[in-house]
Design a protein around this ligand. Structure first.
Ligand code: GAL
Length: 339
């Protein structure tokens, strides 16, 4: 494993680690646990970097969009930035248009310098989130293990708390399977193994509802280009300006939940997860910015498959609970396998 200094922030040194199995290589940054690069061979054996990222640490700190970042304590939105637990109301920062809480608040896990430990060929990042951080109850000890094996980047998340709390960790990589900076992802073909989604209101907040994908642009049960139906005039697509939807995944356990194919590169990515949901986000809010290697990123320049619990579950009894009880262990695994 290669270790390089990436910069300094908040009085701490930040490192970039390179993990490889000889075929696929991943760069992980200890600021925000970000997956900065993911090098994969294309159909001709040429190496392509299939995730969006920045050249410098400062760009990670100042830009929006959560490129490659580890998200927590709670991924996606919590409506009105509040929830009740054990009879007490908790108030969070309203960092999403001043109305709702998004991706852990003003300074979520994407904005922390994580401690690191090298365990053989694996990289373990750890962070202790203090009781009350960003408004969340209880001290939470989090560790995330990254490894590259058999053509796959695997991310294993674990957490324990010293009191009851809420948790929903994920990774916010923007994939472009034809190579980062190669334009939009509308020609990427994707399949998502889900019969239902959890629809949102116009502020992108879910309210405990389910909606069948049948006869809607959201049906990706058979492989389909992301761009095929993205501009259809449906309420859900108009609210988000494209896909920005939690899919209710079929099946349980660690399983193949989605597959995407870069039509130019021939790179196929199979996503495996034990999660109940995945946020399929087509990068609609990604404003123009400078990326790595002189690349320029624009709207829909990458897509995310954020494996997760359902958005706003802490306020919706209809959805699987995201409450972590004192002393219990939270554990979830996602892998992105390339062929
Ligand atoms: C996604 C979310 C989008 C947007 C994006 C960050 O996970 O679904 O609505 O907030 O993060 O720009």
């Amino acid at each position: 494993m290669k270790k390089q200094l990436f910069g300094n922030i908040y009085g701490k040194e930040v490192y970039k680690f390179t993990l490889t199995d000889g075929k696929v290589s991943a760069e992980i940054v200890t600021y925000g646990g970000a997956v900065r690069a993911l090098y994969v061979p294309d159909k001709d054996g040429k190496i392509k970097d299939v995730v969006l990222g920045y050249e410098t640490l400062e760009e990670y700190r100042v830009n929006d969009g959560y490129l490659g970042a580890l998200i927590g304590r709670v991924g996606n939105r919590i409506g009105k930035g509040k929830f009740s637990l054990n009879g007490r109301e908790y108030v969070l920062a309203k960092n999403d248009n001043g109305k709702n809480s998004l991706h852990g608040g003003n300074s979520g896990f994407n904005d922390k310098v994580w401690d690191y430990e090298i365990i053989g060929e694996k990289l373990k990042l750890s962070y202790v989130s203090a009781d009350g951080e960003e408004g969340f109850p209880a001290e939470l000890k989090v560790s995330v293990v990254y490894s590259v094996e058999d053509g796959a980047l695997k991310i294993e998340y674990e957490a324990v708390s010293d009191g009851d709390t809420v948790i929903n960790l994920t990774n916010h990589s923007y994939f472009n399977l034809d190579g980062e900076g190669s334009g939009d992802i509308l020609d990427t073909v994707i399949r998502i193994d889900a019969d239902k989604i959890t629809p949102t209101d116009k502020e992108l907040i879910t309210h405990g509802d389910f909606m069948s994908v049948e006869n809607t642009p959201h049906d990706f049960r058979e492989p389909k280009k992301i761009g095929k139906d993205i501009d259809c005039k449906t309420e859900q697509l108009e609210f988000a300006g494209g896909f920005d939807t939690n899919y209710v995944l079929n099946g349980t356990g660690f399983r193949n939940i989605a597959t995407a194919v870069g039509t130019k590169s021939g790179i196929v990515m199979d996503v495996y997860s034990d999660q109940a949901g995945v946020q399929f986000y087509s990068g609609n809010f990604l404003g123009e910015r400078k990326g790595k290697n002189g690349s320029v990123y624009n709207k829909r320049g990458g897509f995310c498959l954020e494996t997760q619990g359902f958005p706003n579950a802490v306020n919706c009894q209809e959805y699987p609970s995201q409450i972590l009880k004192k002393g219990d262990k939270y554990r979830t695994v996602t892998a992105y396998r390339f062929r």
